[in-house]
Design a protein around this ligand. Structure first.
Ligand SMILES: Nc1ncnc2c1ncn2[C@@H]1O[C@H](COP(=O)(O)OP(=O)(O)OP(=O)(O)O)[C@@H](O)[C@H]1O
Ligand SMILES: [Mg+2]
Length: 305
């Protein structure tokens, strides 16, 4: 059973007197149960709109959606107890401590107090739990928001750009937390981001959005390899001469940033080694270059973004 399904979801915003704007344009998305799934797209591609639609916060024009096998929005009441979400910075009482804020939320949701302590522990806020919310750093506020989303021990946790606005330490903490939650075997995490590196670090699988449509999806590694150039970096004592030999043998070569030789077009490493050895060049290093998501994104979307 997929944790999330969206099929042909369309949402048009009609501004006052302005031209209608298609935020979601036939979006399909499937999030399998378990692990961390990324929703990756540039600003304005529809990440927040699709998350808000899934949570019943935005009414869609057309399409079908399911959360944990229940239809959305019709079946939301039956499933929302199993879903935790952090979409906007949640509202906390600034003068209350983190613990008191969570206890209030827990009471409202009928969650036992022990769970508040577990959640504070999960997000590493235990030591500062009695400080007033106003005194928290942005990262701590965000982690308290995640703790609030975790109170009900949700099977599905949805986080909209949770590391936005945080400093490097805050970003690292939030990413580690997401990885930890995604590997506990019972929680599925759906996390949106406009940062390719973040998805690469944190997610097992990914849906890539551009202009309200899915442009690629699958395991992070295979989405990467699909867009991958398949370059191989060859380290030799005389890169210029080796490049000439490889070029003459029909390989497409260019200089690597470090001065060594890049061979393009997914060549067979054994062939490279053989051709070079026949000409007296002995390979000292041979590395398949994995493209980063930055270039993968450009390759996949073909500039659509
Ligand atoms: N309430 C709204 N009224 C009108 N247009 C909206 C509204 N919310 C979103 N949009 C438009 O819909 C499109 C998608 O917006 P959305 O916020 O879903 O993108 P996003 O991928 O979350 O972007 P970001 O990375 O900036 O958060 C944008 O063009 C945006 O301007
Ligand atoms: Mg957004």
């Amino acid at each position: 059973m997929p944790a999330v399904q969206m099929a042909g979801v369309t949402k048009t915003y009609r501004g006052k007197g302005g031209t209608p704007h298609k935020a979601l344009d036939g979006l399909d998305m499937t999030v399998d149960t378990g692990g961390v799934h990324g929703l990756l797209g540039p600003n304005g591609s529809g990440k927040t709109t699709s998350i808000r639609a899934l949570l019943g916060l935005v009414r869609i024009d057309a399409g079908e959606m399911q959360l944990l096998d229940r239809p959305v929005p019709a079946g939301l009441t039956g499933v929302i107890g199993d879903v935790g979400a952090l979409v906007e910075t949640p509202l906390f009482f600034p003068g209350f401590s983190g613990r008191r804020n969570l206890r209030l939320l827990a009471e409202t949701a009928g969650v036992p107090r022990d769970r508040v302590e577990e959640c504070l522990e999960l997000v590493d806020l235990r030591e500062r739990a009695d400080d007033r919310f106003t005194g928290y750093s942005l990262g701590m506020k965000q982690r308290l928001g995640i703790a609030a989303a975790l109170l009900k021990a949700p099977r599905l946790l949805i986080l909209d750009e949770p590391s936005n606005g945080l400093d490097p330490a805050g970003i690292r903490d939030v990413r580690e937390l997401i990885r930890r939650l995604g590997s506990d075997g019972r929680t599925t995490v759906l996390v949106s981001s406009h940062l390719l590196a973040e998805i690469q670090q944190v997610c097992d699988s990914v849906t890539i959005l551009a202009r309200g449509r899915r442009v690629a999806s699958g395991p992070v590694a295979s989405v990467l390899s699909r867009a991958g150039t398949g370059d191989v970096r060859v380290g030799v004592p005389d890169p210029a001469a080796a490049a000439a030999v490889l070029g003459a043998a029909g390989f497409t070569v260019s200089p690597a940033p470090d001065g060594q030789v890049l061979v393009h077009g997914a060549p067979a490493p054994g062939e490279i080694t053989r051709v070079l050895a026949e000409h007296g060049h002995y390979v000292e290093e041979l590395v398949r270059v994995t493209p980063d998501l930055e270039s993968a994104f450009l390759a996949i979307t073909g500039g659509q973004a």
